[in-house]
Design a protein around this ligand. Sequence first.
Ligand SMILES: NC(=O)C1=CN([C@@H]2O[C@H](COP(=O)(O)OP(=O)(O)OC[C@H]3O[C@@H](n4cnc5c(N)ncnc54)[C@H](OP(=O)(O)O)[C@@H]3O)[C@@H](O)[C@H]2O)C=CC1
Ligand SMILES: CC(=O)N[C@@H](CCC(=O)OP(=O)(O)O)C(=O)O
Length: 303
Amino acid sequence: MSATVFIDGAAGTTGLEIRERLAGRSDLSVVTLPEERRKDAAARAEALNDADFVILCLPDDAAREAVSLIANDRTRVVDASTAHRVAPDWTYGFAELEPDQAEKIAGARFVSNPGCYPTGFLALVRPLVRAGLVAADAALSVYAASGYSGGGKAMIAEYEAPGASAFRPYGLGLAHKHIPEMQAHAGLTRAPIFAPAVVPTYRGMVVEVPLFLHADWDAVENALAKAYADSALVSVANGDIGAIGIEENAGTDRMTLRLCGNRATGQARLVATLDNLGKGAGGAAVQNLNIMAGLDPVAGLVL
Ligand SMILES: NC(=O)C1=CN([C@@H]2O[C@H](COP(=O)(O)OP(=O)(O)OC[C@H]3O[C@@H](n4cnc5c(N)ncnc54)[C@H](OP(=O)(O)O)[C@@H]3O)[C@@H](O)[C@H]2O)C=CC1
Ligand SMILES: CC(=O)N[C@@H](CCC(=O)OP(=O)(O)O)C(=O)O
């Protein structure tokens, strides 16, 4: 019999993306609640406890509540929210982050899906910190632009009404909810300065880390290439390029990384493109589910 998967929050933006990726799968049976019961705590508690796997596509407080409703020691969880991303008893669900991360996910009961912006930042920075090519105490900055679906149903409604801004920097108080996971999982002693912006396109994301390289350019290029050599989803492309579009990986579960900049001066721009709803959310959640269930890690994903 195939494993059962309950999607809590299945009517939301991320939930719908996950349902699309799981549609037609014969190796998993997807459970969702009918519209009139999808916020009923008793119905959710029953579904959460019946399922082999649950994927939480909920605001942080509702995700914490969902975990508290699980009263057995069997149901395994992928949480797409920010609630558990630096919690010590949860496994960080970024399979490509460390050489043994997929193995840890495979054996974990509680897996937190990475944030969309941290997915780009960590993919660029973690291999360089690990290799000693960027110092653990480096003062890093992160600039990023996201499609408006990153803000869920509320932001989609706002951006699909007249008058949406063409470029909207936010997080100006430098306390965005993604900063703790960026610092913790990159292995940095200082929090990066994080400068995100929303643009009027539905999906897609560019994450950029500009920095003065103190290491050899080729060594940095090689460290990135080596880190993702075996990945079906993350690739390293030639950074000798004039411009990069936010659309590059929109509608897919891929992520592309580049080391751009001026080799002669050592001034670099590390750039990642991904889909906030793909590798940044729904794609990563399905990848984690596949790994936990011992299935093909990229089954159902958009390659
Ligand atoms: N959008 C993105 O790009 C990304 C989102 N995420 C995370 O995924 C999670 C979901 O985000 P997103 O899909 O964008 O948000 P949405 O607002 O689009 O969807 C959230 C869904 O959760 C439902 N919900 C809220 N409270 C409860 C509750 N108590 N019980 C059951 N259902 C509830 C909402 O119901 P209703 O429809 O009635 O409002 C809605 O359908 C968030 O934690 C977000 O941070 C992570 C990475 C990227
Ligand atoms: C454009 C926009 O508003 N994006 C959201 C991030 C996406 C998201 O929902 O955050 P998680 O990845 O942590 O779940 C934000 O900045 O809060």
